[in-house]
Design a protein. Structure first.
Length: 508
């Protein structure tokens, strides 16, 4: 492997910190916190739509503003953790995450909900980079670190299963805001136990935290993602082009500034490592291909197929089961075969599963849906676990926070772009449906709006409206699945070539 970064020394590789596995159990609570929050939103979306009555655009903002903000701040927060201490920023972020979850639960307008999701993104930006960075510093043995990363990823996948099931139960017995309040007990345990169990770690010579770089990163990321979202939904306009150019200029200035600072916010030399760059790119494109589809899948299960929230949550369980199982053995598989075969094979599996979903209709049976979700989970579990391991092992431990932040930025940026682009495809196809006479304009904004409108119409018109709206939604979902499949298969091919000769470290 061609690399400008030096691997861990043999002394580092055999150092085993006492209590590291117990400390890991605290870190995975933070992962669980974020994963549960991300998944329950999809289930709650129909209820939020009915109660707050957001427009189609506002509904997309509720879905993706969290990712917009977190993508803009991850690098800054990862670097801040390197400077002030990863344990400290993790505990501060977890406390804020729990408190802001209350604001999400009691939002009374679409605008307040969007603001609450944005603030949650600020808090969430502190969590994921800190957990991965602490894993890098807790586990110096490469094989143990691979297992720890697998457990970290498996917990995130378990959260995607726990979220819909717990959320489904709560939605059937309480109001939609209750799905955000489940963050509070997890946060409380994390903070109380983390204070005692987590060791502090930081860069011993971090240099100053450059505020201009922070601002450039935030402005660049948010502006660029916003421009893509607007262009996907409304075509290229003067406004979207201007905002996109602003974002590109800010990110260009950010990169140039990092190359000239003696202690940059993000060391751009990390990207000279081919394995690091390939892993980051694979993560970004994979999530881009998956996220838009996943965001709308819960609506399909509930509003098209008529499943109750808890049933919809259980229906999505195979993806999490597959991801947990694959994540736990991914490191071993990558050492036995090769990094590129596990990553590329996992991505190809996800792409083929998405391709299978292009044939769904309103009455598609669960065997096809369940099998596709299981394959998606297995493929993603293999790919994401190995790429996270590659990213962590490619950098010195002093830069673990920054490297982890880059990895998570790719994940969140991919999520935002996926919801923006693929979500806009679904929304664009949906809005074109032809309803019966008297169909209100709000029915064209979202499928939830159509269901609400149909409830106040005569039976014959109501049935016609629902059938037309549901068919349009399914058509949009099928098209988005096809686009996602193309993205994933292309990413698999790119990963096969870019990860050539990449190897995971062995204990030395």
């Amino acid at each position: 492997m061609t690399s400008t970064m030096q691997p861990a020394s043999s002394n580092e590789a055999v150092t085993k910190r006492p209590g590291r596995w117990l400390a890991l159990s605290v870190l995975v609570l933070a992962v669980l916190l974020v994963a549960v929050d991300a998944t329950v939103l999809g289930l709650a979306t129909p209820y939020i739509s009915e109660d707050l009555k957001p427009s189609g655009t506002q509904l997309l903002w509720i879905g993706d503003v969290y990712s917009f903000v977190i993508a803009g701040l991850l690098v800054s927060m990862g670097s801040l953790g390197d400077r002030i201490g990863r344990k400290r920023i993790l505990l501060i972020g977890a406390t804020a995450f729990g408190a802001i979850s209350v604001l999400n639960a009691y939002a009374t307008t679409p605008e307040l909900m969007i603001l609450a999701r944005a603030l949650l993104g600020v808090a969430g930006a502190t969590l994921m980079p800190a957990t991965l960075a602490l894993i890098r510093n807790l586990f110096h043995d490469p094989r143990e670190r691979s297992l720890a990363v697998g457990i970290w990823g498996a917990t995130a996948s378990a959260g995607t299963a726990i979220g819909p099931i717990a959320g489904g139960f709560l939605l059937e017995h309480f109001w939609w805001g209750s799905v955000f309040l489940i963050n509070l007990p997890v946060m409380a345990v994390l903070v109380v136990v983390g204070v005692k169990m987590l060791p502090e770690s930081k860069n011993p010579n971090p240099g100053p935290w450059d505020m201009l770089s922070v601002a450039l990163s935030l402005v660049g990321m948010i502006a660029l993602v916003y421009a893509v979202k607007e262009a996907a939904g409304h075509g290229i306009t003067g406004e979207s082009l201007a905002v996109g150019l602003l974002g590109a200029a800010a990110l260009y200035w950010f990169v140039r500034r990092q190359l000239t600072l003696p202690t940059p916010l993000l060391d751009m030399r990390l990207f000279r490592n081919r394995g690091f760059s390939a892993a980051v790119l694979a993560d970004l494109l994979t999530i881009l291909g998956l996220s838009g589809l996943v965001f709308f899948l819960s609506q399909y299960l509930q509003l098209v197929q008529g499943r109750r929230p808890l049933e919809a949550g259980l229906a999505e369980l195979p993806a999490a089961v597959g991801a947990v199982a694959a994540g736990l053995i991914a490191g071993r598989a990558a050492r036995r075969f090769s990094v590129r075969s596990v990553v590329a094979g996992g991505l190809a599996a996800v792409g083929l599963a998405l391709a299978a979903l292009t044939v769904i209709d309103q009455s598609t049976g669960y065997p096809l849906l369940g099998a596709a979700l299981l394959v998606v989970g297995i493929g993603a579990g293999f790919s994401f676990t190995v790429t996270a391991d590659v990213i962590l092992s490619s950098v010195p431990k002093e830069q673990a926070g920054s490297a982890s932040a880059v990895s998570e930025t790719a994940y969140e940026l991919g999520a935002a772009l996926g919801i923006a682009v693929l979500g806009s495809i679904v929304t664009g196809v949906y809005r074109g449906f032809t309803g019966p006479a008297g169909t209100p304009e709000g029915a064209h904004e979202s499928l939830g709006g159509a269901v609400e409108a149909a409830a106040g119409m005569p039976a014959q018109q109501s049935a016609a409206l629902l059938d037309s709206a549901r068919q349009a939604f399914v058509d949009g979902l099928s098209l988005a699945a096809g686009v996602g499949a193309v993205v994933l298969l292309a990413t698999a091919v790119a990963a096969w070539f870019m990860l050539k000769e990449q190897r995971l470290e062995n204990a030395g």
